[in-house]
Design a protein around this ligand. Structure first.
Ligand SMILES: N[C@@H](CCC(=O)N[C@@H](CS)C(=O)NCC(=O)O)C(=O)O
Length: 217
């Protein structure tokens, strides 16, 4: 198994957590330096035409891309421990929570969008930071409202077992910390993230623990 990764990539962070939870160690981790623009190089474009991380090649392939698709692939091919609830309503809730972040918030913050805001639209750094903080907070507010209001919320986002929702919420908090977003309005999110960080699978996957990461970001 080959994982295309970069320490700072929040979408790859999700896949690293899932691999750790499943007890899978990739045979090779290939670093694609997003800060040097290596995602645009022909060699990586041939791997993932979207020019985005993560990408995963399991055995003969084909290449897998999009973190949520990869999480579900890993869950189907390595069912223990399960990352989705047994019931359809539960799975829909977990996927919905994950998609609020992975589909409605995080895509607005990725390098290609930040670079477009900067170079094409000439938006200055404070306005770009305000943009990022706004969309991070909007997703966290929605997640907090659901988690705080649902009887399905337990030790983790859905009951007492880790699901895909926890993985994605944890990745969002790493992004929020990079942008120094005030997390005080989201006490349920913070409680659950603290709970997840107690698990080695989460702690070891943290962006700042990956090769190439600065001592602090
Ligand atoms: N929706 C995708 C997001 C993929 C994505 O945009 N990844 C970022 C890093 S977290 C990336 O590689 N961006 C490259 C770029 O924007 O140029 C997923 O969840 O996998």
């Amino acid at each position: 198994m080959k994982l295309f990764s970069f320490w700072r990539s929040l979408a790859t962070y999700r896949v690293r957590i899932a691999l750790n939870l499943k007890g899978i160690a990739p045979d090779e981790v290939i670093n694609i330096d997003l800060m040097k623009g290596q995602q645009h190089e022909a060699a990586f474009r041939a791997v993932n035409p979207m020019m985005a991380l993560p990408a995963l090649i399991d055995g003969e392939g084909p290449v897998l891309f999009e973190s949520l698709a990869i999480l579900e692939y890993l869950d189907e091919t390595h069912p223990q421990p399960p990352l989705l609830p047994q019931d359809a309503r539960g799975r829909a809730r977990v996927r919905g929570l994950a998609q609020i972040i992975a589909c409605d918030s995080h895509p607005l913050l990725v390098p290609r969008v930040r670079e477009y805001l900067e170079h094409q639209l000439k938006i200055d750094e404070p306005a770009r930071a305000a943009w990022a903080m706004h969309w991070i907070a909007a997703a966290l507010a929605a997640i907090e409202a659901d988690l705080a209001g649902s009887k399905e919320t337990g030790r983790y986002c859905h009951g007492d077992a880790v699901t895909i929702a926890d993985i994605v919420v944890v990745s969002q908090i790493a992004g929020a910390n990079l942008y120094k977003v005030d997390l005080s309005p989201y006490p349920t999110v913070r409680r659950i993230v603290d709970e997840c960080q107690k698990l080695d699978a989460f702690a070891g996957a943290h962006p700042l623990k990956q090769p190439g990461a600065p001592a602090a970001a």
